[in-house]
Design a protein around this ligand. Structure first.
Ligand code: NDP
Ligand code: CA
Length: 324
C-alpha cells in the first residue's frame, strides 16, 4: 500500500576529489523539518494527504528510513514532537548523541492527545565528534523573546582535532511575519558570532573564527530579508544547495510542497549554510522531481513530511599554513 520513498541521487560537484583521494574525511550533514505529528494530524490541513498516511506508528519508520539511508554524521531536525519516546532512544542506540530544545509555546500543545511540544533536535555521530559546548537559545526579536529556538554545538572532529560549530533553528512561519524572521535571524547571527569567536588566551582579540554550519527551516524564500542577512553577514556564510544549480548561484525551486485549503504552496524555505572560506561542499542530495513528489504533493504515503530532507557532504578546506 505504501509506495517506495522517491530515489534521490548524490550529486558530486566537479571540484570534488574522488573519495579515495581525499585526505580530509567528509562530514555528512542532514537538515530536515520532519513535520510534527500533532501538527500534521491536528493543524496543518493537508487536504490531499489521507490521515491514514500520517499514522505515527508507520510514519516514524519512513522518517527513520530516510535518515538511515544516508547515515548523516550530523542531523538537524525541526518539528520534533517525539524526541524522548522515539528519536532519542533509537538514535542513541545507533551511536548518535542527541540534544533537544522545545519551543516555549509549541502549537502542538493545542492539539488534543498531543505528545508534548515540538522543537529542534541536533544529533551527531559519537564516533566522529566529541562535544565541546552546547548553547540552547531562545531567539529574540528587537530584544523581546519569541517562540522560536536554536541549538548551537561546538564539536571536535576526533580524527583531525579540528573544531566545527553546528546550529539548528526553525524560524517563525507564515506570511506577514517577514520582519520578525529577519529580527530572529539577526539575533541568531549575533549569538553565532560570539560562539564562533576564538579569543587568544586572556585577551579579547579574536584570533580566528570556528567553521560553522547552520541548518534550518527559515520559513523564508531566498528573496526575504533574513536570507540576505545570512548571505551578507560577517560570518562569511553561503547556502550549500545553490551549488546544485547550473550557475551555482540559484537556490532550488522548492524544499517544501503541500496543498492546504488555502491552496498549493511550493517554496524554498530550508537551508544549509556553511562558512565558505573554511569548508567546501563535496556533494549534495538532489531533490525529487515533481513527478516523484506526485500530484497530491507532500506529505504522502511515500514521503512522511511536507518538507524535503537536505543533505550534503562537506570537508574542511586546507588551512593556508598547511599548504606551505
Ligand atoms: P508558527 O507561525 O511559527 O507556526 C507553527 C507551526 O505551524 C509551524 O510548525 C508551521 O510549519 C506551521 N504552519 C505554517 N503555516 C501554516 C498554515 N497555514 N496552517 C497550519 N500550520 C501552519 O507558530 P508559533 O511558534 O508562532 O506559534 C503560534 C502558535 O502557537 C499559535 O497558533 C498557538 O497555537 C500557539 N501558541 C500558544 C500560546 C499559549 O499561550 N498557549 C502562546 C503562543 C503561541 P512550517 O514551519 O513547516 O511552515
Ligand atoms: Ca510544518
Amino acid at each position: 500500500r505504501r509506495p517506495a520513498r522517491p530515489h534521490r541521487d548524490l550529486v558530486y560537484l566537479s571540484h570534488a576529489a574522488p573519495a579515495h583521494l581525499q585526505h580530509n574525511p567528509t562530514i555528512r550533514v542532514m537538515q530536515w523539518n520532519i513535520l510534527a505529528q500533532a501538527l500534521g494530524e491536528g493543524k496543518d490541513g493537508f487536504i490531499r494527504c489521507p490521515l491514514d498516511a500520517l499514522n505515527w506508528q508507520e510514519r516514524k519508520y519512513l522518517i527513520l528510513e530516510e535518515i538511515l539511508t544516508y547515515r548523516p554524521d550530523i542531523l538537524c531536525l525541526q518539528e520534533v514532537d517525539h524526541y524522548y519516546d522515539t528519536f532519542q532512544p533509537i538514535m542513541s542506540g545507533l551511536g548518535y548523541h542527541g540534544s533537544f530544545l522545545a519551543k516555549p509555546w509549541s502549537p502542538c500543545l493545542d492539539v488534543e492527545q498531543n505528545n508534548g511540544p515540538d522543537g529542534c533536535a541536533l544529533f551527531y555521530r559519537r564516533s566522529r565528534f566529541s562535544l565541546q559546548a552546547t548553547a540552547h537559545l531562545r531567539l529574540s526579536a528587537m530584544m523581546l523573546p519569541t517562540n522560536q529556538v536554536a541549538i548551537v554545538q561546538t564539536l571536535t572532529c576526533r580524527a583531525t582535532g579540528r573544531q566545527l560549530c553546528v546550529a539548528v533553528t526553525h524560524l517563525k512561519a507564515r506570511s506577514g511575519w517577514e520582519r520578525l524572521r529577519s529580527a530572529q535571524g539577526t539575533d541568531l547571527l549575533h549569538s553565532l558570532r560570539t560562539i564562533t569567536s576564538q579569543t587568544a588566551g586572556g585577551q579579547n582579540q579574536v584570533v580566528s573564527a570556528l567553521p560553522l554550519v547552520v541548518c534550518g527551516d527559515f520559513n523564508a524564500e531566498p528573496s526575504e530579508d533574513v536570507y540576505r542577512r545570512f548571505r551578507s553577514s560577517p560570518l562569511g556564510l553561503d547556502s550549500a544547495y545553490k551549488l546544485l544549480s547550473s550557475d551555482g548561484q540559484t537556490e532550488p525551486p522548492y524544499t517544501t510542497w503541500k496543498i492546504r485549503p488555502s491552496g498549493e504552496s511550493c517554496s524554498t524555505l530550508d537551508y544549509i549554510w556553511y562558512t565558505q572560506n573554511a569548508l567546501s561542499v563535496e556533494c549534495l542530495l538532489d531533490l525529487p522531481t515533481e513527478d516523484q513528489i506526485g500530484p497530491d504533493r507532500l506529505p504522502s504515503y511515500h514521503y512522511p513530511s511536507d518538507h524535503l530532507s537536505l543533505l550534503c557532504d562537506i570537508s574542511f578546506r586546507d588551512e593556508p599554513h598547511r599548504l606551505m
